[in-house]
Design a protein around this ligand. Structure first.
Ligand SMILES: [Zn+2]
Length: 269
């Protein structure tokens, strides 16, 4: 449709008047108007983890100086506690972990941890109930959850893992709750037991219920396949991985730990 020349002329004449009503000059016509919105939509730099900042409802914090370490040293020296805490900040400083410091427990050569932490979420995956662990174990869990567990859940089941059921974390006890024998890695916060993996949406894979069975044996259980994959992958991140079939004590959960062995030997069975 042809626009009458008089209408075009009127429109052009109206331009300066309407432009003069705009309070601020627009150096880049079209773009500046978007700037306030664009700034508002750019996500703020993600805070680094460390201690939680409750007042902001933000699970991660960036400033290790804000970590409110308890004063109590238990039977540890100030140097040992300081070194363990510095290691925590170094290990967890860049990881998505929601944690709080806990007072030192026990002392060298026996049950305890120089820098225990309570961990509520690792790599966006809730730990239920929260676990008391040392920071090396939490860092290893983070790497396993982020690079193995969540990708396996997505690939095998098309979902993400919302939470992991904590079956045992720190516990001053001997292996397999025996009355004699070696002290468990749990007694150093160096081990974590998991019994169930709850998916977003509410379903779950349980070690007790989804490991054994005809479907699992035939490789037809997706949840069974998921459990097998994450258990096998845990051997890359931990020095000990146990579960159903390892022994009579691990039929209903996976145990992972960071036991130190002189030869670098790993137990993955
Ligand atoms: Zn265990």
């Amino acid at each position: 449709m042809k626009v009458p020349a008089t209408l075009i002329l009127l429109a052009v004449m109206a331009l300066p008047a309407s432009a003069s009503e705009i309070p601020l000059p627009r150096p880049k016509p079209g773009l500046p108007a978007l700037e306030p919105l664009a700034v508002a939509m750019v996500p703020l730099p993600r805070k680094k983890p460390g201690a939680p900042v409750a007042e902001e409802g933000e699970p991660f914090t960036t400033n290790p100086g804000r970590i409110d370490w308890p004063d109590n040293l238990a039977s540890w020296s100030k140097k040992e506690v300081g070194a363990a805490r510095a290691e925590c900040v170094a290990l967890l400083g860049e990881l998505a972990v929601d944690w709080s410091p806990v007072a030192p427990i026990g002392g060298p050569g026996r049950c305890g941890m120089a820098a225990p932490i309570e961990v509520r979420s690792i790599a966006g995956t809730d730990i239920k109930p929260p676990a008391n662990l040392n920071c090396r174990t939490v860092a290893a869990l983070h790497h396993w959850i982020a690079t193995e567990l969540q990708p396996a859940a997505k690939k095998k089941l098309g979902v993400r893992v919302a939470s992991i059921r904590n079956a045992s974390s720190y516990a001053c006890r001997r292996r397999n709750n025996s009355r004699s024998g070696k002290i468990s890695e749990h007694a150093f916060g160096n081990a974590f037991d998991m019994s169930d993996f709850e998916f977003a949406g509410g379903k779950q894979a349980s070690v007790a219920g989804d490991w054994r069975g005809l479907f699992q044996f035939a490789g037809l259980s997706k949840r069974g396949g998921f459990l097998r994959e994450i258990r096998q992958a845990a051997c890359k991140h931990f020095t000990t991985v146990l579960g159903p079939g390892s022994d009579s004590s691990h039929g209903d959960h996976f145990h992972v730990d960071l036991a130190k062995r002189r030869s670098g030997y790993r137990i993955c069975k």
